[in-house]
Design a protein. Structure first.
Ligand code: PEP
Length: 260
């Protein structure tokens, strides 16, 4: 049984006060939530305050990016150790907005993953094809390249601590969601890759989240897929009502839920 994860990526939204207010309102709405891990990823400026507001709750804090060095002359960057210091237990790595807007490469993703693991963080490693790549029937090729590049050199023990998020770029922030079957096919491809690289047992424990226009209306259908172990949510994670509805998705049909 893989324990689902519902993670909200707030991107460059919410000042400190808004972020704290969000967590205060979210706490009671997810307090009874035993079926999944709940994660919010505020901007760097709000990490410490959100961590303080979430203390004693079942809400974990993630950063949206990190550098691979512990410290150094890297203006504007934040190290994994600094994220731990601010109360993070997760970090999103290789989001498509980092890959496309900042030219982040698979090699850099790999260095960040290793550094995050060394600092004790759980990396949420994003992969996914563009629309052009899908239309060129190259989705598998892209997933192969990003998966192998991002996880190169990890031991099976290290790999077993990471989470992968399949986020087709054409579904991010567009309102266009991959159908549950389409997402499931890519997740199965990623699990197969994990099996080839790290063995069947490790692959069967790998949590693969889907991301791309997830909302309360479609989370049930996505979570009903055996291959989908949770969601990385952008826009719909910015409002307490929609995020808590996603966390408390309709259950009973999904294969990945665990109550322990
Ligand atoms: C994301 O930013 O990771 C994302 C999936 O965004 P949205 O849910 O808005 O498509």
């Amino acid at each position: 049984m893989r324990r689902p994860v519902i993670a909200g990526n707030w991107k460059m939204y919410k000042a400190i006060g808004e972020a704290v207010e969000f967590v205060e309102q979210l706490r009671p709405l997810v307090a009874q939530c035993l079926h999944c891990d709940v994660v919010v990823a505020p901007p760097f400026t709000a990490l410490a305050a959100v961590n303080a507001a979430a203390r004693g709750s079942n809400i974990a804090v993630s950063a949206q990016n990190c550098h691979w060095d512990q410290e150094g002359a890297h203006t504007g960057d934040v190290s994994p150790q600094m994220l731990v210091d601010a109360g993070c237990s997760y970090v999103i790595i290789g989001h498509s907005e980092r890959r496309h807007d900042h030219g982040e490469t698979d090699d850099q993703v790999n260095r960040k993953v290793k550094a995050a693991l060394a600092a004790g963080l759980v990396p949420i490693v994003c992969v996914g094809e563009t629309l052009a790549e899908r239309e060129d029937r190259n989705t598998r090729g892209v997933l192969h390249r990003q998966f192998r590049g991002g996880s190169a050199g990890l031991t099976a023990a290290e790999f077993s601590r990471i989470i992968v998020a399949y986020e087709p770029c054409w579904a991010i922030g567009t309102g266009r969601t991959a159908s549950p079957e389409m997402a499931s096919e890519s997740h199965a491809c990623l699990r197969q890759l994990a099996s080839e690289c790290f063995g069947r047992v490790v692959a069967s424990g790998l949590r693969i989240l889907y991301g791309g226009s997830v909302k309360p209306e479609n989370i049930g259908g996505l979570m009903a897929q055996e291959e989908i172990d949770g969601a990385l949510v952008g826009g719909a994670s910015l409002k307490v009502d929609s995020f808590s509805a996603i966390v408390n998705y309709p259950r009973g049909m999904e294969a990945g839920a665990s109550t322990s």
